[in-house]
Design a protein around this ligand. Structure first.
Ligand SMILES: Cc1cc2nc3c(=O)[nH]c(=O)nc-3n(C[C@H](O)[C@H](O)[C@H](O)COP(=O)(O)O)c2cc1C
Length: 407
């Protein structure tokens, strides 16, 4: 158990985001968010956002979008733009943030944070802990399907746990081959497996046998451990192992979360596998989304930190795809965000201890500062606070409609 907890913190720390912990000084996490400072200031100066393509655009690979979707997507697969997936983010996006983000809308599918499988058969409650949505047909309250992600290195053990998970009817089962956390990698899991495509094949094939065809079986990989020498072999191995679609976080493990993401590698993978390939990495704006689609030749994009930093990003991408305008001034979106912040805070208070709750809120506010000046002011006001009542008070002062009595 202790190992599992420390691996979780390790993974978040690797991305500069240790959950629930924000010291007074500038945190590592803030530094991560700040790397894109230039881009936000351009936005704040009023540089217009634009999307390429729009309704009816065609992608170079000419894949039929109607047949490429293994999931029962809410937005339907007949739409002209590709799918938008909400990325798994251990320590940052849990069922509460998935609820809020999918309520805004625009996501076809979410993937749960990883559940580490190491040598034992996990009880049903372990799957329900990472994916409480399993109790509601594996969907968020807004109806977005949530696939459950497993992480491990032992084919038989992963297969046994996948079979256990099947009994809970997940919207999909995803395998993690991208986690860069040293604790996870030391035990042979996550991105380190990308050095061994044969083992990837053995894992995928074993898990495939445990999952009925009706449940989409997918994988998420990085480009490699330290280089791209085996990238295509890894993708081919996963395809041969029986996955129905693949998400590619277009960076090596060694590159961590440093920009850029090499979207062109997603296109190269798309040329060698016959399964749909979804591009992931560094999509923070509608412009990034458009460039990512163009460079990856993939209509389907998974968004992680950009979704947390801008809860309206998927909605904006879809608006542009329909040929509608999106506002450069985000003040109206901030007003729409206030009740969502209240709901988030209320759910976090109900879910985690009073000691942990403020840290969770600070984590999201820190991310929102990228797009909302108002979030910056709120973050600064909340940052020194430790008690939930004080946080309630400050949120109310900033226009967040908190209802302390209802918590
Ligand atoms: C805090 C944090 C936690 C993450 N947890 C997971 C995880 O549980 N499973 C996984 O496959 N990827 C995980 N990732 C990687 C993201 O899913 C995504 O691949 C990565 O952040 C790149 O996408 P982005 O640039 O849109 O954020 C995590 C990333 C971060 C920053």
């Amino acid at each position: 158990m202790a190992a599992q907890v420390s691996s979780r913190l390790g993974f978040a720390a690797a991305a500069g985001m240790v959950p629930g912990w924000i010291p007074m000084a500038r945190t590592k996490r803030e530094v991560v968010w700040a790397t894109h400072e230039t881009r936000f200031s351009r936005r704040r100066e009023g540089v217009e956002e634009s999307g390429v393509g729009g309704a009816g655009r065609l992608f170079p690979h000419g894949r039929c979008l109607e047949t490429s979707c293994p999931f029962d997507c809410k937005d339907g697969c007949g739409c002209k733009m590709g799918k938008l997936l909400l990325a798994p983010m251990e320590g940052l996006v849990d069922d509460v943030l998935r609820d809020v983000l999918t309520r805004v809308g625009g996501y076809d599918l979410a993937v749960s944070e990883f559940l580490r499988v190491a040598g034992n058969l996990l009880p049903a409650r372990a799957f329900r802990r990472v994916c409480p949505e399993l109790a509601r047909g594996s969907r968020t309250l807004a109806g977005t399907p949530v696939a459950v992600q497993l992480l491990g290195s032992d084919p038989a053990c992963l297969a046994e746990n996948a079979a256990q998970l099947v009994a809970l009817s997940p919207a999909g089962i995803d395998l993690n081959f991208g986690c860069p956390a040293p604790t996870v990698n030391r035990h042979g899991g996550g991105a380190t497996l990308l050095a061994d495509p044969e083992q990837l094949y053995r894992i995928a094939a074993a898990v495939r046998r445990a999952i009925p065809a009706a449940i989409p079986f997918t994988a998420k990989m990085r480009l490699g451990v330290s280089d791209t020498a085996r990238t295509l072999d890894c993708a081919r191995a996963l395809e041969a192992g029986g996955i129905v679609s693949l998400v590619v976080h277009a960076r090596t493990r060694e590159e961590g979360y440093r920009p850029p993401a090499h979207w062109e590698w997603v296109a190269r993978i798309g040329e060698v596998v016959r399964r749909p390939v979804t591009a992931n990495g560094e999509v923070w704006t509608t412009e990034d989304h458009a460039r990512c689609c163009a460079m990856s030749s993939s209509p389907d994009v998974m968004i992680g930190r950009g979704a947390v930093a801008d809860p309206f990003l998927a909605e904006r991408i879809r608006k542009l795809a329909r040929g509608e305008a999106v506002a450069v001034d985000r003040s109206r979106d901030w007003c729409r965000l206030l009740p969502l912040l209240a709901s988030y805070w209320q759910q976090v208070r109900a879910k985690v201890s009073a000691r942990q709750a403020p840290g969770r809120l600070k984590l999201w506010l820190a991310a929102l500062r990228r797009n909302f000046v108002e979030a910056d002011a709120l973050f600064v006001a909340v940052r020194p606070l430790r008690g939930v009542e004080e946080v309630d008070r400050v949120l109310a002062l900033h226009g967040v409609p908190v209802t302390p009595a209802a918590v």
